[in-house]
Design a protein. Structure first.
Length: 320
């Protein structure tokens, strides 16, 4: 993944690993707590869990809470309410689960207009979203935190292919660990293999025509419909894995209101992309359509498919 050479990434887990994977309540609970405990060992004695309000970061926090670990939950709050839809949901989630949290106010307009390109230069980053993440890590380091953790993704199945949902930006942190001021686990849900695959193999295949970058998905309606479908199936996979997340009525990225702000100010709906994404992506992104597809040997893949179709069972994917 670090090489970004377009080659499939070999899954270094053999058939035995998947044969030993269990889906009973006790085993799933062990995977959840093991993942948190092992991750905590890499983040020092004062870790910060960054909660966006989305179900991925919610799942991360639930694992750490269940493991009884010491941590602070940090909720980024954009000035002037520019992520109010997400930050309010994150606070509500914490209150529901009796989890204390701290707010980190971010002047997102000032940050983007004055530092986005500088952060990209420093980290060779091509995503304004993840530039904000890196800035948050820097701020938390200044506040005395010894490590940071974000929700991340699991390798669910899309059009029959495992791991097609993996892409460059969320895993860019792997390349810059020696530059970041403190350790950053950018994808907790991909950190511990047993938990990663237990969740991924309980997520129903997201089937659509063409790849996620093909022209027939370019319309906003098609993209929105696909994202809604994928979101619903992810919610169920977390639930089956013992993670009772709090879904939002609408799936957000956290930057909708930020984009609206710039669109209204400059009377151009593409202002955010033109000012903050295109200049850095053209400089640092080798292939904007690159996906991190998985290379799995045939014997292991047959085992994985057996788990998906027989042990988990299509009947389980009935509407709730």
């Amino acid at each position: 993944m670090i090489a970004e050479n377009g080659e499939p990434n070999k899954v270094n887990l053999d058939k035995t690993f998947f044969e030993n994977l269990k889906f009973d309540k006790e085993s799933l609970a062990q995977y959840r707590t093991n993942a948190a405990v092992e991750c905590s060992k890499t983040l020092g004695d004062n870790p910060a869990l960054c909660l966006s309000g989305g179900i991925d970061s919610q799942a991360m926090v639930l694992c750490w809470q269940e493991a009884g670990l010491k941590f602070d939950v940090i909720i980024g709050v954009f000035k002037d309410g520019l992520n109010k839809h997400d930050s309010d949901h994150a606070k509500m989630f914490c209150r529901q689960h009796s989890i204390p949290y701290k707010e980190l106010e971010i002047d997102i307009v000032k940050l983007l207009t004055s530092q986005n390109y500088l952060i990209s230069q420093k980290y060779k980053s091509y995503s304004p979203h993840f530039n904000v993440h890196y800035k948050i890590v820097e701020i938390l380091a200044e506040q005395g935190y010894t490590g940071t953790c974000f929700g991340g993704v699991t390798p669910f199945k899309r059009n029959g292919v495992y791991g097609e949902n993996f892409s460059g930006a969320p895993f860019h942190f792997l390349k810059i660990q020696d530059i970041l001021p403190i350790p950053m686990q950018g994808s907790f849900l991909s950190f511990y293999p047993e938990l990663t695959w237990a969740i991924g193999l309980q997520c129903e295949d997201v089937v659509h025509e063409g790849s996620s970058t093909s022209s027939n998905l370019r319309s906003m309606k098609n993209i929105d419909d696909l994202n809604k479908l994928r979101y619903e199936k992810k919610v169920n996979s977390y639930l089956y894995s013992g993670l009772k997340t709090m879904p939002q009525d609408t799936k957000f990225t956290g930057f909708e209101l930020v984009k609206d702000y710039f669109a209204e100010k400059y009377n151009d709906g593409w202002t955010f992309e033109k000012r903050f994404r295109y200049p850095i992506s053209s400089e640092f992104l080798k292939d904007k359509h690159q996906q991190y597809n998985f290379l799995i040997d045939k014997e292991t893949l047959n085992c994985i498919e057996s788990i998906y179709f027989n042990n988990i069972g299509p009947d389980r994917f009935s509407p709730s």
